[in-house]
Write a protein that binds this ligand. Structure first.
Ligand SMILES: *[C@@H]1O[C@H](CO)[C@@H](O)[C@H](O)[C@H]1NC(C)=O
Ligand SMILES: *[C@@H]1O[C@H](CO)[C@@H](O)[C@H](O)[C@H]1NC(C)=O
Ligand SMILES: *[C@@H]1O[C@H](CO)[C@@H](O)[C@H](O)[C@H]1NC(C)=O
Length: 356
């Protein structure tokens, strides 16, 4: 299948990465607080990160989508209560905010790239520059594209307002932010933003197969502000290796924040390795030979399908879905017990927040 074959591009990339991966480790100051990886929680969060890919907005909104099955809808304050569905057609972004009553936490899930060619997205990751100084963090550099996808779109405003409202209803419960792939990159910036507002003790981040987003200085700040962070990586997934880590260029290189948990499958057994607090543990996914990296492992995490259910071109299809959603919503909205926000940005109606 065309989708699976990165072919020559992967070889070129592997050469580049194998040059990048040797040498000393960069120091990343880690927090004193120790944070335990919880497999049961990870299994729940990966389902949320998978569900946010669903293109049927009505099924997602009413929490009846096929991937919503394992996370039951709210009933007697158990299960999941959808609070806000956020769709940005212009920038091809999708996210939701809700309350998981079993976890007594607010869940923020942000979707990854939904384009025809994930290969092209991955190929482009090689060349991303650390071209933006993160505000109010001396020496911290990030990639402007990753950052602005969260900060300069509907996501930041809609997510922070939904979190604020949920905490007004339920008190100062914790916020758990999750996402896969590019959604994990945006989830990182979201968690940092929320942690700076609400305090790091109230915010938890768990991402799946996310790329690197900033430099070593940024990783240090991140570890300090969002100590409850887990980055799950899977087997030979290529994405966590990008943009590359050049340990011999400490001032210029990307650097992951801690803490990685590396999940491997071998002969039906799954092992989860809790990595060190450097962010770049050489004994975790980085130990994979660069020629062994694969795209396939990017699309399943903890046995859950992390692909979009519809890979059609984002804008056209989503615009249609939005229309259909509107039609269906007219009936459905009356059935909901709570006020649910729907925020939609369309190419023609920019920056307009709609509330039902
Ligand atoms: C792990 O998380 C689950 C909720 O998903 C919770 O019930 C359980 O107590 C947690 N385990 C530990 C050891 O914290
Ligand atoms: C982030 O977004 C805020 C508005 O939400 C804006 O004022 C600020 O300039 C943005 N930061 C950057 C670096 O673009
Ligand atoms: C899988 O794990 C079990 C328990 O640790 C072990 O007994 C078994 O030999 C393992 N199987 C393989 C194929 O490695």
């Amino acid at each position: 299948m065309e989708r699976w074959s990165l072919g020559a591009k992967v070889v070129a990339l592997a050469l580049l990465l194998s040059a990048a991966s040797h040498g000393r480790e960069l120091p990343v100051k880690s927090s004193d607080r120790s944070f335990i990886y919880n497999h049961t929680l990870a299994k729940t969060l990966v389902e949320y990160a998978s569900a946010v890919y669903m293109t049927d907005l009505t099924a997602l909104f009413t929490w009846t989508c096929s991937r919503c099955n394992d996370l039951t809808q709210v009933r007697d304050h158990q299960g999941f209560e959808m609070r806000s569905l956020i769709v940005d057609v212009e920038n091809c972004l999708q996210a939701f905010v809700g309350v998981d009553h079993s976890l007594n936490s607010i869940i923020v899930a942000i979707r990854g790239t939904q384009e025809n060619s994930v290969q092209n997205w991955i190929k482009d990751l090689i060349w991303k520059q650390l071209d933006l100084s993160y505000p109010n963090m001396p020496n911290a550099k990030v990639h402007s594209g990753f950052f602005s996808s969260y900060n300069n779109t509907i996501l930041r405003l809609a997510i922070t307002s939904a979190v604020h409202k949920a905490r007004k209803s339920y008190g100062d419960i914790n916020v758990i932010v999750t996402g896969h792939s590019m959604g994990g990159a945006m989830a990182s910036f979201c968690a940092l933003d929320l942690a700076m507002k609400l305090g790091g003790g109230s915010v938890q981040l768990m991402t799946f197969g996310q790329p690197r987003v900033g430099n070593a200085a940024f990783a240090s700040y991140f570890a300090k502000y969002v100590p409850n962070t887990i980055r799950v990586t899977h087997g030979h997934d290529i994405v966590p290796h990008l943009p590359p880590y050049f340990s011999f260029l400490p001032q210029l290189t990307y650097h992951h924040f801690p803490r990685e948990v590396w999940v491997q499958d071998s002969d039906g057994n799954t092992t989860e390795r809790i990595c060190d607090d450097s962010g770049e543990d050489p004994d975790c996914c980085r130990c994979i030979s660069m020629f062994g990296l694969r795209i396939q492992d990017h699309f399943t995490y903890l046995g859950v399908d992390m692909e979009a259910d519809d890979w059609s071109t984002c804008r056209i299809i989503t615009a249609q879905r939005v229309q259909q959603f509107r039609l269906e919503l007219a009936g459905n909205i009356m059935m909901t017990k709570h006020d649910i926000d729907v925020s939609i940005v369309e190419p023609s109606v920019q920056n307009r927040l709609e509330q039902f």
